[in-house]
Structures are given as C-alpha cells and as structure tokens.
Design a protein around this ligand. Sequence first.
Ligand code: GAP
Length: 460
Amino acid sequence: MFQRMATTELERYEGAATIEKVAALSRRRAFVFPSSDIYGGLGSTYDYGHYGVLLKQNVKGAWQRAMVQEREDIVLLDSAIILHPEVWVASGHVGGFSDPLVDCRTCKLRFRADHLETSQCGRKPSKHPGETPDCDLTEARAFNLMFETHVGPVRDDASVAYLRPETAQGIFINFKNVTSSMRVKPPFGIAQIGKSFRNEITPGNFLFRTREFEQMEMEFFVPPADAERWYREWIELRRQWYLDLGLRESHLRVRAHEASELSHYSSGTSDLEYLFPIGWSELEGIANRGDFDLSAHAAASGTKLEWIGQDERYVPHVIEPAAGADRATLAFLVDAYDEDEAGGERRVVLRLHPRLAPVKAAVLPLIGKDAALTERARALFEDLRRVMAVEYDDSASIGKRYRRQDEIGTPWALTIDHQTLEDGTITLRDRDSLQQERIALEDARALLLERLDAPWHPRA
Ligand code: GAP
C-alpha cells in the first residue's frame, strides 16, 4: 500500500477560488455555459464556449503528448461509443455498475445511499436526507448507471445497447487488432480520449460530476510479474504530469484504496486526489486490473486475447491510469483562479500554465484608432498566429483589455505604442508578475516560443 505523498497536507482549499466563482467566470468569459440554457437548463450538463474548448483541447493535447509523443511504447485508439452489448456483460457493467439508491417518499427526491451525509433534504436543505421526522426513505436498491438506447428500427430487448460508461472496454476488445497491426510488445499501452456517459444519481459541483464527460484512459499491458512495479511507476508519472502543468503540490495527494473500496477487477487502486474547494476528491484513478478484462473478454467472445512471444505465451496484466478531461480542466481552472490588485483595481486572473492557456499572447495597439500603431500590431499578430494561439484587440482602454486577457489566462500581452514607431521596441507585459519589459518587436516570436517551452513555476 502507498503512503500519501503530499508534502504538506492541507485540510481546506487555500486560495481565492470557490466552485461558484469559477463557474461564474467560466460563463462570463466563454469557458463553460450551462447547457440548454434557453429551455431552462438541463441539470449538471454543460456546453464549452470558445476559451473552454481551447483550454480542454490543451489539457487533452498535453495528455496525449505525455502518453504518446514523448514515449515509444504507447499507441492511440478511438473506439466507438456504442459497442456490442455483450461487451458490457463480460466487463461486469450490466451486472454490477450500479450505485445504491434511496427514494424519499415525502419529497420524492432520490439520493445515493452512500452520500446521504453530503446530500440536502428536499424540504429542509439545511438537513441531510433522513435527518428530519418527515423524511421517509426507502431501502437502498442498486441503480445501474449505464444509459440504455436501442440500435436499429425495432425497440425490443434484442436491440438494447448502451452508451459506454468508460472508454477502457473499447481498448480491451481491440487488443488483438492492435497487437497484430502495430509493432508493440509488452510492456506497451493503448491510449484513448473520448466521451463517456453515466446516469449519475447525484451529479454536481459544476464540471466535477456530470452525466456526459470525457475520459483520458490508457491501458498498459505488462508481463504479470512486472505489474506491481508498473503500477507504482504510473502513479508517480501521472502525479508528476499534473505538477508539471502547474497544479500546486500542496493541493495534490495520492490515496491508496482500502481493500473494501476496490472494484471487482482491481487488485490495487490509488486515487490522485486534488484539494478542490469542496474538499479532497478524486482527480484520476490508477488501477492494477490484473488479467481480469482480457480474460473476461476472451471467455465471452471465444477469441484468445494473450501475448505470444518467441518462447512465451501469457495473458498480460493491465495497469490503468484513468483520468477525466473535464475534471482535470476544472482542477486547472480552480488552481489557476486568483484575485489581486493591478493598477489600483481589483482583478481576477487565471494563472494557467502557458501551455494550457487558451491564448498565449494578446497583441494590443496602445491606441486603437491610430492607423500607424494598428498596422504594426496587425503585422505582428499575423506573424505570431502562424505558430501559436494569439488574439488581436484594439477595442476599449488598454486597462480593460489587460483585465480581459487576465481573466482568460493569457500569459503575455504585447503592446505597440509610439515608441515602437521610433525604435522598433514593444512592451511585453507578464500576467503574473505584472512586470513590463521593453523588447525588440522582431524578437517577439522567438522570445515567446522560448518562454512557452521553458519550465513554468506556479505559486507555492
Ligand atoms: N476505467 C476506469 C474508470 O472509468 P473511474 O474512476 O470511474 O474509472 C476515471 O473514472 C475518471 O473519469 C475519474 O477519475 C474522473 O476524473 C472521471 N469521471 C468519472 N466519472 C465522472 C463524472 N460523472 N463526471 C466527470 N468526470 C468523471
């Protein structure tokens, strides 16, 4: 079992962020909107706006880069969302992917039986379900979390199919395809990013738990004798990934599951937990799944799923780092959210890692109506946009434009002023330190590329 690795263990989130503030900023600045808004909303469902799409793409891009581009032993897959229904029987999801549900006969609400302590009574939100004399809770019953649908024109039992509740199974059922078509040999991995669906009983806390979400999962196939070593290795690699992208170390810890918490397939699971404003909660799970999945699908499908080497033959064991793209995006947003003062005014700033920031630099002519300045600024913008995400903005006062870029987390602003016309220099403003330095316009592109590549240190 693992020791917790946090350096200083905090009890509560320390910082300016609350889930409500981050949700409000997300809406104001086109990161995330409540879905189906004009129809009154559909609870706990969200749509990503322009900056949210860019941010989540950067999170997924960073994951793929770490998993595939920077390694030689992991390949990609993009499997279907609707798989053969037998897949979910063999995987154990049809029989066991359920949460315990209780109904309240008084207020007609439904609760997860294991979350009563953190749920609110329908009639008295200051109390928990079961706490008031009026509460009339049913016995707990198993509620399967898979969304059902029907494939084809006939709606009967034979046409039932499921929206996948995890991307992992699509990987296991492609084991044979991948091993016979790619140059892979254990230890090797298959990585997949894609949507998953769970009919969660109690979704909530903004992007933290939703019914439709994206996962970033990687199944790493290893010789059985090496499974424990790889399990430990992947816990550390995944922890380091979040730290390299700027999550504060004091907000990240590893928690090994107790034996009673382990899923049916797991001989060891550790959660990477992030200190959200709602408390320490799972960010990503790393599981040692043994040979459960390959053996189950081999038995159910009649297709052998094993590794056959020159003089060896075995069913590989699987180590699975399973992350959520939306939950990771929320953690990066929360960790980055800050409030301070700039130019005598209160400002909200997202101190995102430059690699995650939706926009890397803003090009701002000091006076938007000055043709000589805007011409130079447009030329710089055109040059930069070929290699990175940049924005041009000549509207409003320069202070307002800086504030807007701070709120979407743009690490650098480049201001073109009258001095530029005289000596070819521009101002480079740093989002975090607020320092302004004078640099040569012609050096801007190389300097930004260099800074984007450099290690970036978050606040302590
Ligand atoms: N294949 C294993 C698996 O799916 P999981 O712990 O159920 O494991 C992995 O899910 C990750 O997916 C979680 O750590 C979380 O980041 C994300 N996730 C799971 N359910 C989610 C939900 N309802 N909303 C948002 N993210 C979710």
